[in-house]
Design a protein. Structure first.
Length: 115
């Protein structure tokens, strides 16, 4: 595939529906869980995911904000090159309602719980 720029990678990442978010548990083990990519990928280095405030992932990030994300598109079955992306960084928990609304989309409604 050659060398891609960050905007080119971000464009390809929009088509990957799920990412694996990896955190460190209270025992230092690595825990992974699938998170919806929401097609919210303009990729300037920030990714946005939604979860419940009392979830294990929130507890893990509050304790240790170093996380990793992995993305995989197996388009090789369609005759196109596959794509794998791995990202490491620092997570930030955002509880601001306006930021929530900026990144929410209707595709998330089916999986959401109403408080």
């Amino acid at each position: 595939m050659g060398t891609l720029t960050l905007p080119e990678i971000a464009k390809k990442m929009r088509d990957i529906d799920f990412a694996m978010l990896l955190t460190h548990t209270e025992n230092g083990q690595i825990a992974g869980r699938p998170m919806s990519n929401n097609r919210d990928v303009e990729y300037d280095g920030d990714s946005f995911y939604f979860t419940w405030d009392k979830s294990r992932v929130v507890n893990d990030i509050e304790r240790d904000s170093q996380v990793a994300l992995s993305f995989q598109a197996n388009t090789s079955l369609l005759g196109k090159p596959g794509l794998m992306v791995a990202v490491e960084g620092t997570a930030e928990l955002i509880r601001d309602q306006f930021a929530f609304e900026d990144h929410w989309n209707s595709d998330l409604d089916a999986g959401s719980r109403k408080a």
